[in-house]
Design a protein around this ligand. Sequence first.
Ligand code: SF4
Length: 310
Amino acid sequence: MAESKVRKATEPTPAAKTVAVKAKKPESQLAMVRRARKINRELALLYPYAHPELDFESPFELLVATVLSAQTTDLRVNQTTPALFAKYPTPVAMAGANPEELEELIRPTGFFRNKAKSLLGLSTMIRDEFGGEVPGTLEQLVRLPGVGRKTANVVLGNAFGVPGITVDTHFGRLVRRFGWTQEEDPVAVETAVAEIFPKSEWTMLSHRVIFHGRRVCHARKPACGACGIASLCPSYGAGETDPEKARALLKYELGGQPGQRLRPPAGFPGRAAPPAQPQGQEQPQAPEQGQGQEQPQAPEQGQGQEGERE
Ligand code: SF4
């Protein structure tokens, strides 16, 4: 999309201005669906560059990166995977990895023993049962050790072009704030949202909502006064409404900070993330600037003690 058509996320869109939500009037299901689709359209204008925030070049790299992203930031994963993929570029190579060496390489992402077990298990199954290629169906993907429905949908949507809804902590929080559903269970959220939108929208809708959650509609301090969809949101006022104070809460490219990807895709208006610090200078568990307010999410089935993700 041409840059001139990209609206700043802090500006209410013309359509948003004309569809004020009357909070006290009960909303019909039809009105909610119309409003939800309008929010999606407005988010598409606000974030025409929305994308997965994990660096990857193949389905296998995306699968591994998504497993590693449990209970840490995409930035930390992106800083960790270049050395990992240099050493183990394929499922066959990773299946033959020395467990201790693998653990050491992924240690910065936390929960490295469980994650190493998952990576060895899924690589071995891909090598032995799927001819060395990451399978391309939900049913097959969730059979892999450490791979739950969320991870499978990320891989399907972004590596195979199969529409999928990614219900992570941001997506669940925002759709409840939007009033699309009050379900807490990720599968129930996925089902409810799938009924509102056509399949063709599922993958990009997920990116847009997650982008908005990471940048504007934070868990603890949503920047309502700087939110481009404020007049479409029944939760307006859950956070700071003063425009100037709200603008100070914006993150990543909207706050003038680096993004999470070391190799952002073309069209991303912000700066690339910094590479990993040399060993010894790293502060493993310190949240990145702008990420400390993100809430962890529930563990994925099959990930044991891990699974929460920032
Ligand atoms: S809660 Fe506030 S920041 Fe979040 S979408 Fe609604 S108006 Fe925007």
